[in-house]
Structures are given as C-alpha cells and as structure tokens.
Write a protein that binds this ligand. Structure first.
Ligand SMILES: Nc1ncnc2c1ncn2[C@@H]1O[C@H](COP(=O)(O)OP(=O)(O)OP(=O)(O)O)[C@@H](O)[C@H]1O
Ligand SMILES: [Mg+2]
Ligand SMILES: [Zn+2]
Length: 505
C-alpha cells in the first residue's frame, strides 16, 4: 500500500515542496528513508517509530520505505517527521490515504508524539498558499504561519490530533490571522536616549547616521557609554514598514529564532561577540543559514571592540556591505540572504583605552597605538562614514538627573529629514549615493565649496574622504531642511571624520 503527502524544505529564503511517499510492503520489518536525507532526517526513523507507539498506534511488521522527492535536494532537520508518521499510518490503513493526499504537514516529533516547532514555517506557509493546500503546522509555529494571508493553517499539538483531524473525528480549527501589530520603534523597549547623560555630540552623530543611513564608528575610553548609545540607535530609526517586517520575520523564521515568538515588529539589533567566526557573522554551513548580518537586516549590526575581531572575519563583510545581500556558494547551488543593515562599531582609541582622556593616564607607547589601529580592516573602515568621539562623561554630568532628549524626539527629526530627501526627488539614502548621483543631489553654495577646498588642503583629505564629507553634509542639510549644502553643514561633517584628521597621533 502506497501513501503520499506533501511537506516542505527551505533553501536560503525559498521553500521547496517535498513529496513524502511511504510504501508498506513485504519484507523484513524495517523503516528505510531514501532521498538525500541528512543525519537528522535519518534519525527520524527512531523518533517516528517511538512516537507512533507512544501515541497508541499500531506498528505492523512490514517493510516501510519512505521516499523524499525530489531526490537531488538535500533534506535536513526534523521537519518531515509528521508527514512520514502520517504516511506510515495511511500506508498501513490506519488513515485514509485520500485525506492525507490533500494536505501538507510540517513538524518534528517528540518521542511522546507531540509536535515540535521547526524553522522556516513562514516561508513554507507561503508556498502552501500558492498550491492552495491546507497546512498542518506545529502549534508553536502557528503565529508566524498565520501571517500569510489566505493560507489555511491548522495548528497541531500531537500526532494523535493530526490523525483525528484527517479522519474527520475531531477537525481542527484553522488559525486566525494575527491581529496586525502596530510597527514599533526598534531596539529594547526600555532603552531610550534620554538615559544617556551628556554625549550631545555622539547623540547628534547618531541622529545624522539614522537620517542618512550612514555607518558609524564610536571611539572612546571604557565606560563612556558607547555600547549604551549603540543599543539605543534602532529607537531613532524609522519604524519598519510592513514589507520590511515580513522580510525580517522570514529571515528569523529560517534561522529558527521565531519558535513561539510573535513576528518581528521592531528593527533588529545584533551584537555578535568579537570571537565570532566568519560563518556565524555572514552565514553559511552545509545547509546555509543566515548569519548575524542577515539577522540584522533592516536593523543594526553592532561590532563592539572592533579591533578584536579577526581580520578575515571583518574582510568578509566587504561584499555584503557593498551589495546589501550575501551570497553563499555551495557545491549544489548558491543561496543569497538579504543583509542591508546599519553598521555600528565601537573601539577604544588605544590598547588601554585612555589615549584621548584628559586625565593623561594613558601610558601606551605610540608603536602600540599604531599596531592597535592597524588591526582595523581598511576596506571595512572605508565603508564607515561617521567617526564619532565618545569621551568620558565628567562625574558631575553623571550625578545630575538625565535631561537629554528622548528617542522619540530625535526620531521625529530623522523622519523629517528623510521626508525632505524624498521631496528633493532622491530615492537612495545619502550614504548609498553613487558619485554621479552625488553631483546631482549635492548643490553647494560658493562659500561651502571654498570651505570644502580649504579643508581638503589643510587636513590633506583623500578623494574618498571628500565623497564621504559630501554625503554627511547632505544629510546634515536635510536635517536642516536646506536644499543647498551650506558651510555650517560642511563644518559639522568634518567633525565626524576624526580618523582622517588623525587627532590622536
Ligand atoms: N553617558 C552616560 N550616561 C549614563 N550612564 C552611563 C553613561 N556612560 C556610561 N554609563 C554607565 O556606564 C555603564 C557602561 O557603559 P557602556 O557599557 O556603554 O560603556 P562603553 O563605552 O561601551 O565601555 P567599554 O569600552 O568598556 O565597552 C553603562 O551601563 C551605564 O550604566
Ligand atoms: Mg562597550
Ligand atoms: Zn592607552
């Protein structure tokens, strides 16, 4: 007796249908799985067999052959367990094969027969909707699956429940689409810029970064608030649009980070440790999974202690920073994950951290400082527009009650600047302007040209710094709702290029 049902697998951000065929035939009692299964799928045998027995089903003494088609796609994880178990029930006439043929099933089985969550359900639900088949999903994944409008989502807690639904004994209720969550500002809920005392310069720099989409490097002594500032950055960015939220949720779904969690409604903030590998950062593995840069898509990637990261790890960021996506090449096929994020990085100015501190307590020899700064990857630094000095906050300022602006107040200005840019007729963010577009969108007053020229001469800035100065100035002009770039905008922009000015050396 042959039974068929449908399940899904993911490759990158794509879901592929997998046909699960189960044959119960003569031969020694056994369970064989074919169709390029990985180790976890091979182990499905033990899980499925035990789950069937523990759910009080019969396991007849026949030879079960399970075929997962198409055969040329690698099958990974426990997602096929439920479909295999139901297929075995149908093949052994404990369930009507016709009932099984008209649904798709996802889920890993626990030994007691309960259904565990699996990654990628949001993508699979979209694929099931295209085929117009109802989809059995683990209860813990039902919220993400129900995001797909028009999909019929049947949350199941156990193998027994799935069978009772398919036999018509106790039909399941389809999951209701979740109430749309209003998009909310990103970052942690209770982290607000108002908590950060002093640091007006750094806060302004981050406002510029948010308005123009610029990457920023925060430089300052230990404990000056660099981490604190970075964590609050998503809260001054525009809220995620519905489409952006869906993209972020899909990536987090494939990474298996959504289990039971509601869909992502805030901009992500990811801060991988400096010992992270290139694979952890940019993604990969034999079944390519998104890395930190993709989990940070539409949000912030924060690299704390930047010089401590392995150089080759930082170099691997180059292509994704350029393209807003990462391609992971595999022998069979290459996959691509989106990775458009704001890079925030933090570092001390020298090994001890106190080089720029007025206390003069730094005793680092200049060679050690040079070696420390030399660890920074040039190509990565080239992508960073803003260099932000974050000095130690004087004790007085720390003991006074906070009086700064709230994140909401700053965000209002950021949004206004972005509206101004769009009104000027410019689609890409200022940070993304190409050199040709730069000319079209950066009208300077003659005085501004003069100031830019003398700055280039006196600070011996490179052509690259020139371009960056223009982009930052454009953003500052947008914040001031000015069509033209004025000298004051250039003057402020120069402050955000401290590594060019080599203030410390
Ligand atoms: N400007 C500030 N306003 C309020 N609290 C601050 C400020 N700066 C530092 N702090 C306090 O000091 C702690 C350490 O700050 P934070 O971790 O942001 O410093 P850091 O610059 O990242 O230091 P490190 O270089 O050691 O990583 C914070 O948790 C916060 O309580
Ligand atoms: Mg820190
Ligand atoms: Zn030092």
């Amino acid at each position: 007796m042959l039974a068929r049902t449908l399940s899904y697998t993911t490759i990158g951000l794509e879901a592929l249908p997998v046909e699960v065929e189960v044959d119960a035939g003569r031969g020694l009692p056994a369970l064989a799985i074919v169709g390029l299964p990985d180790q976890a799928v091979k182990e499905a045998k033990e899980r499925v067999r035990t789950a069937l027995l523990n759910s009080q089903f019969e396991l007849p003494s026949v030879r079960f052959t399970v075929n997962l088609a198409p055969a040329d796609v690698r099958k990974a994880g426990g997602v096929f367990d439920l479909a295999i178990a139901l297929g075995m029930l149908a093949a052994s006439r404990q369930l009507d094969p016709h009932a099984l043929a008209s649904v798709a099933a996802l889920g890993e089985l626990a030994l007691d027969g309960s259904v565990r969550p699996v990654p990628g359900v949001l993508l699979m639900a979209r694929a099931a909707r295209r085929r117009k088949v109802p989809l059995l999903v683990p209860c813990a994944n039902s919220a993400e699956a129900a995001l797909v409008e028009g999909a019929v989502i049947l949350p199941v807690a156990s193998l027994r429940q799935a069978l009772e639904h398919l036999s018509g004994e106790r039909p399941l209720a389809a999951a209701a689409p979740p109430r749309r969550r209003a998009p909310r500002p990103g970052g942690a809920e209770d982290a607000d810029f108002a908590d950060v005392r002093g640091q007006a310069h750094a806060k302004r720099a981050l406002e510029v970064a948010a308005a123009g989409g610029h990457h920023a490097l925060l430089i300052g002594p230990p404990g000056s608030g660099k981490t604190m500032l970075a964590q609050r950055f998503p809260g001054i960015q525009a809220e995620l649009t519905r489409e952006e939220a869906l993209e972020v949720t899909m990536i987090h779904s494939v990474a298996g980070l959504l289990d039971g969690q509601p869909p992502v409604a805030r901009r992500p903030f990811r801060s991988p440790h400096h010992t992270s590998s290139a694979i952890a950062l940019i993604g990969g593995g034999s079944e390519p999974k998104p890395g930190e840069i993709s989990l940070a898509h539409h949000g912030v990637l924060f690299l704390d202690e930047l010089p401590e990261f392995h150089r080759d790890v930082l170099e691997s960021l180059r292509q994704p920073l350029e393209e807003g996506a990462v391609r992971i090449a595999r022998a069979r096929r290459s996959v691509s994950f989106p990775a458009r994020f704001t890079l925030l990085a933090a570092m001390n100015p020298c090994p001890c951290g106190f080089l720029t501190d007025p206390s003069g307590r730094c005793r680092c020899p200049s060679t050690a400082v040079a070696r420390y700064l030399g660890k920074l990857s040039g190509p990565l630094l080239d992508r960073v527009d803003l260099h932000v000095d974050v000095p130690a906050v004087p004790f007085d300022a720390l003991t006074h009650p906070p009086s700064g602006e709230t994140s909401a107040q700053i965000r209002t200005r950021v949004l206004k600047a972005q509206r101004w840019r769009k009104k000027r007729g410019q689609k890409p963010t200022n940070a993304q302007l190409t050199s040709k577009e730069l000319k079209a969108h950066c009208a300077l007053t003659p005085e501004a040209v003069g100031l830019l020229k003398s700055a280039m001469r006196e600070l011996t800035l490179s052509m690259r710094s020139y371009t960056k100065l223009l982009k930052i100035s454009r953003t500052i002009a947008d914040l001031a709702a000015s069509d033209h770039i004025l000298p004051e905008h250039i003057a402020e922009a120069i402050q955000y290029r401290s590594l060019d000015r080599q203030l410390w050396m």
